[in-house]
Design a protein around this ligand. Structure first.
Ligand code: G3P
Ligand code: CA
Length: 340
């Protein structure tokens, strides 16, 4: 099928455009995915959440005001809610309280305009795309670019949506099937932080799956769907257990090469060789030009001095033997893949 790649013919290491080319255009917009492809990215990475009518849309958060103009829209003022999402009390506007038709009236905005003022200039011109619109775009770009372009889809908050009667797994697999994405050689990965979600997908589909590993914040084990913490899952035994349902792991960068208290890169850990020994690909996240991506007040105290040179960082990770990486700046990662 048109959406498959012969085994072994994918570029390596894979360059995955994180939320599209989100260093240059507002994340999770068709414009950001298009730019990523024009830059040469192998995969685009839509994060997925659900609408109240069961449609899959691309947002990093189900909390819509973080990346749309919903808070400035008087007609939705009464839609503001306080609710528990994965053990955290949040107040805002949530995708599960909006129909797709309502979502389509919203406009995407830059998440952190202070860091990316160029992106903010595009606010109000870009829609929130559905998964189907992203697939249509990718297929058009495959034709115009004459090459395979992959989808690296992330299910966001699947347990939360399941509790609301909006389970993501079947609708996601159905839309992929309908669009010709079948089997292990389809140009698709599905990734999640949540173990039970991945195990369900593994039972239902042969598509390739990736277990994400979080770092630096508390995670609710009931939400992850595992008695183990991510740190415990990162051991050789934990990685072998993951290999029973997944093809790869997507660790926070610190699992592969930690930084010291001054923000300097240390030596690679055994994570990559241990994952490879378990038969797993390793696709760490996130490589971005603005290593000071977060405003000062939001930076993790565990990593106060994260800074530096993206090129040197990517080179160090390529040397550590990774199989792919998520980057907001796919153009730079692609250049380094060709000219290490
Ligand atoms: O999916 C890899 C990486 O994207 C996970 O982090 O929060 O950017 O979705 P996040
Ligand atoms: Ca993601």
């Amino acid at each position: 099928p048109a959406t498959a790649h012969p085994q072994g013919e994918e570029p390596s290491p894979l360059v995955i455009a994180h939320r599209g080319a989100s260093g240059y255009l507002p994340e999770h917009t068709l414009a950001a995915y298009t730019l990523a492809v024009l830059q040469g990215a192998d995969y685009v990475e839509p994060d997925l959440v659900m609408t109240t009518d069961g449609q899959l849309i691309a947002r990093h958060d189900n909390q819509l005001e973080l990346t749309t103009d919903v808070a400035a829209r008087p007609e939705f003022a009464d839609r503001r809610r306080t609710k528990n999402v994965d053990g955290v009390e949040l107040t805002g506007w949530f995708s599960e309280d909006f129909s797709l038709a309502e979502i389509k009236t919203l406009r995407a905005i830059e998440r952190i305009p202070a860091i990316r003022p160029g992106n903010a200039r595009l606010d109000k011109s870009l829609e929130v795309p559905t998964l189907q619109e992203i697939i249509d775009l990718v297929k058009d770009l495959e034709k115009s670019q004459g090459r395979r372009i992959g989808l690296y889809l992330e299910t966001k908050h699947p347990t939360h949506f399941q509790h609301l009667g909006l389970a993501m797994e079947e609708p996601l697999l159905e839309i992929l099937r309908r669009n010709g994405y079948h089997g292990r050689h389809a140009s698709v990965y599905i990734q999640s932080f949540e173990v039970e979600n991945l195990k369900t997908l593994h039972r239902l589909s042969p598509l390739r799956l990736v277990q994400l590993f979080g770092s630096g914040q508390p995670y609710d084990q009931k939400v992850i769907g595992s008695a183990l913490t991510y740190e415990q899952m990162a051991t050789p035994a934990g990685l072998r257990a993951i290999a029973a349902y997944a093809d790869g792991v997507g660790p926070d960068k610190s699992y592969v090469i930690p930084r010291d208290a001054n923000g300097n890169l240390g030596s690679p850990t055994d994570f990559v060789p241990n994952a490879h020994a378990a038969g797993l690909k390793v696709h760490p996240y996130t490589f971005r030009a603005e290593n000071n991506f977060l405003p000062l007040e939001l930076r993790s105290s565990a990593n106060p001095a994260e800074h530096g040179d993206l090129e040197a960082e990517i080179r160090a990770f390529l040397d550590a033997g990774i199989d792919g990486l998520f980057s907001d700046n796919p153009d730079l990662a692609l250049r380094l893949r060709v000219q290490p």
